[in-house]
Design a protein around this ligand. Sequence first.
Ligand code: NAP
Length: 248
Amino acid sequence: MPGTLLITGGSRGIGAATAKLAAVRGWRVCFSYARDERAAAEVARAIETAGGAALAVRADVRREAEIVALFDAAERAFGPVTGLVNNAGITGRIAPLSEAAPEMIREVVETNVTGAILAAREAVKRMSTARGGQGGAIVNVSSGAATLGSPGEYVHYAASKGAIDTFTLGLAREVAREGIRVNAVAPGLVVTDIHAAGGEPGRPERLAPTIPMGRPGSPEEIAEPILFLISPAASYITGAVLRVAGGR
Ligand code: NAP
């Protein structure tokens, strides 16, 4: 039975698609956003209009106190959190490393790595059967960039996602006997706002010919495997990184 699912960065893109699909599958969905309150409210409204349960909470994954408050809000509204999707992430500006601003690099690592690790830490504290919890599942959103390296575009971002792959494996093994599964989905090129934020809105279309399937993916095509890994259908899968990249 689905329970309470917490998604970081659910206001747009892959997180929003995951929130909507999760609600259809019966999860009570609490999701965070950083800045875009209007987009977050629209996602929550769409879920509620379709008969689902949703709560949008402003919480920056770079701030531990806000992560704790996010989990508290989810539990107050919907009961114990049994699923976490660590989705919030940014690329920073597309540029060769020598031209990348140090502050931007710090922001990417803090959001993609520290933020995801802090959210997973809070989830483990609450889910672990060794601590009186009910167990649960965590899915980290990595990227195909982790194994491609993204030269000339954002090697700092690719490195942050490499860290997520290693973190997924280590944490999965650490909590495997505490009722918690930890996996990652590594999307390829997906049509979302992230490319415009990096300075190239048409990036998925430009790179489409380099994708074996010849096209970028949709957020919904990433939401499906995320929800598979969160669900009991994946009960014997932990420590896996599932590439969802059209062959790229
Ligand atoms: P997106 O459309 O830009 O959406 C990003 C989401 O994360 C938004 O909801 C945003 O909230 C939230 N967010 C950003 N910084 C945050 C912070 N500090 N605290 C809390 N929330 C924050 O991005 P996307 O393409 O869906 O990407 C989602 C994940 O997939 C990321 O981890 C990304 O690295 C990964 N990914 C994407 C692609 C792709 O091609 N799109 C490929 C591989 C991996 P606001 O609306 O408030 O800004």
